[in-house]
Design a protein around this ligand. Sequence first.
Ligand code: FAD
Length: 389
Amino acid sequence: MTTHPDELAGLTGLLTDQERAIAQSVRALAAREVEPHVADWFERGEIDDPRGLMRELGTLGLLGMHLDGYGCAGTSATEYGVACLELEACDSGLRSMVSVQGSLAMYAIWKWASEEEKQRWLPGMAAGEVIGCFGLTEPDHGSDPAHMRTRARRDGADWILDGRKMWITNGSLADVAVIWAQTDEGVRGFAVPTDTDGFTAHTIKHKMSLRASVTAELVLDGVRVPDSAAFPEVRGLRGPLSCLSEARYGIVWGAMGAARTALECAQRYAVEREQFGRPIGGFQLTQQKLADMAVEYTKGVLLAVHLGRLKDAGTLRPEQVSIGKLNNVREAIDICRTARTILGANGISLEYPVIRHANNLESVLTYEGTVEMHTLILGQKLTGQSAFQ
Ligand code: FAD
């Protein structure tokens, strides 16, 4: 008789009936559409039908689900978080697909674009018919986007964009790219249709992480867009950072999904696998690993729920998201690596989900602000001193 980690600390009791129902339906979608194929996609480094998958996610109302209007579901932040957890329990690539569409591309347009642009893009994006990406990182500017080189200059009533964006999730699938560029007025955002002349996307190969996810380099070579494509109000990094805070919040939950899958797998394996004439789960060293994993998983979920409730109350601050992103991704990757040791040689095989999750989390550790960046954000809050430069 074993106890599921969620039952150990009574985690499911923290959620409302509605939150549990959303978890169930997302879990069912992932089990039906992705789970049976994801190890193969990871091995091949490509998703069979990403557009079809995006439409499925749209049908379930998962795209921009916590946004209001324009065909979005308008759920609570906690419900969105619960969905992220279930998506990432399947694969971080699946959660990334949803995060980039909803929390980065759609949120940027929903929050900052003109009404005309919102009407143009958001309903199709919510339905999964139109795919978006979010271009902030550049080949030479990742953690330090303030010095980005991509530039937008006025040309009559239009803007001309030139530059390169790197490591862009959904980049070569996207119909619309949110591009952040330097202008004479500071950094500004643009919703750029990807079929505009001068825009090209090149899929990045040879990734050893997040392989069931499309990542691309975007090249903008004299891309001309009308003034209506520019986000009218926002100037400076406040624009992209507001979007990153949304996506980071989803990761706080998502990382615990990857951790849960690894922990469940290791727990099952420890009970079934016998060495020296007894289940390896009977050895104290294995029990210590499982207990430590369960404790960190419990703490991570508690933190996610806490931040979700703060977000629903409208009081969540960026540094609180940093606590969650820093802790939960760091602990999730540790849980996956420990789970891998419990599986012995099987731990390195894609026949089990553990190494896939561990490798995926290497990306999650880096994107949306590296561990070091979130550490410095917290350090600055604690000391009043900025250590960034
Ligand atoms: P760098 O900034 O060069 O950092 C390298 C190392 O130096 C890191 O450990 C960093 O923490 C450390 N470092 C840097 N500055 C300091 C400092 N002041 N003090 C201490 N340490 C420091 N970006 C997008 O815009 N859109 C996307 O959709 C997107 N998707 C991604 C998908 C994947 C799979 C990956 C891997 C990345 C994605 N990214 C995306 C990019 C990601 O956000 C960046 O990789 C990340 O911000 C780090 O930038 P960098 O890789 O250039 O590393």
